[in-house]
Design a protein. Structure first.
Length: 241
C-alpha cells in the first residue's frame, strides 16, 4: 500500500511549524540538556533529538497497532471508513492547533500527563545524559512528554489503524521538529523566528486543513475516474466494496 502522502506532508509541516510550540513547551528540558550538548558539540544534541524521534516513532507504532486491533475486532467496512474520516477530522483539529497561539487547546495534553508522571523517575535515572545510550534513552523519554501537538498527531496515528503507517507518521513529525529542537538543545537559545511568523503558520495550517478535508472526502472522490489515479498515488483509500 502506498504511503498516505497528504497525511505525511501534514505531519512534516506540523513538525516544522509546530516546533516553535515545542520550543516553548520543551524549552526548559532542551536547554537543560544544552550544558552537556554545547561541550560535546552538535553530535550529542542530534543524538538526544534522534532519541526523541525514536520515542515518537515507538508511540506511533503502539497506538497504530492498538487501532488496528480494534479495527480487526470490528470486522466491518463501515468501521474502516469511520477510522479514515477520523484521520481527516484529527488533521482538521491539528490545523486549528497550529493556529492556537494562546494555548487554548493545551487541554489536549492532559491525558498524557499520567504517563509522564510514571516515566519521570526513569527519566531522572538517565541524567546526566553524558553517554550515547543515556542520550538516546533520555531523548526517547522526552518524546513521551505530554504535549497537545504530539498528542494530536498520535490521534491521527491511532486512527490510521496500522502500526507501520502510524510509526512513519510520527517519525516524519519528529524529523520536522529537528531543525528547531537540535539548535535549541545545542545552543540553549530560542531560535527559528522564521517559523513563528503568522503568515507561515497560517499557510501550514491551511495545508494541514486541506489534507484533512481531502482525507475525509477522498473515498468518495476516488469514484470519479479522472481523480482515482491521482488520489491512489497519494495513498488515499477508496470506499470499501
Amino acid at each position: 500500500m502506498a504511503p498516505d502522502v497528504p497525511v505525511l506532508l501534514a505531519a512534516l509541516l506540523a513538525g516544522l511549524v509546530g516546533s516553535t510550540h515545542c520550543a516553548v513547551m520543551c524549552g526548559g528540558i532542551a536547554t537543560g540538556f544544552s550544558a552537556v550538548s554545547s561541550r560535546q558539540g552538535w553530535g550529542s544534541a542530534l543524538q538526544l533529538n534522534l532519541g526523541r524521534v525514536g520515542g515518537y516513532t515507538l508511540a506511533g507504532a503502539l497506538v497504530g497497532a492498538f487501532g488496528g486491533g480494534l479495527l480487526s475486532l470490528a470486522r466491518h467496512d463501515t468501521a474502516v471508513l469511520a477510522m479514515r474520516v477520523g484521520v481527516g477530522l484529527a488533521l482538521v483539529l491539528l490545523a486549528l492547533r497550529l493556529l492556537d497561539q494562546r494555548g487554548r487547546l493545551d487541554v489536549l495534553a492532559r491525558p498524557g500527563a499520567r504517563v509522564w508522571q510514571a516515566l519521570r523517575p526513569l527519566h531522572a535515572r538517565v541524567l546526566p545524559a553524558d553517554t550515547l545510550p543515556r542520550r538516546l534513552v533520555a531523548g526517547a523519554l522526552w518524546g513521551w512528554l505530554p504535549c497537545g501537538l504530539s498528542l494530536s498527531l498520535l490521534t491521527v496515528a491511532w486512527l490510521q489503524a496500522n502500526a507501520g503507517d502510524a510509526a512513519l507518521t510520527m517519525a516524519v513529525f519528529g524529523l520536522g521538529t529537528l531543525p528547531m529542537m537540535v539548535t535549541l538543545t545545542w545552543s540553549g537559545a530560542r531560535l527559528g523566528r522564521h517559523w513563528q511568523r503568522a503568515s507561515v503558520r497560517r499557510t501550514a495550517a491551511a495545508f494541514v486543513f486541506a489534507a484533512g478535508v481531502l482525507t475525509i472526502a477522498s473515498p468518495w472522490l476516488m469514484r470519479h475516474p479522472a481523480l482515482h489515479g491521482v488520489l491512489a498515488a497519494l495513498g488515499c483509500q477508496p470506499l470499501p466494496t
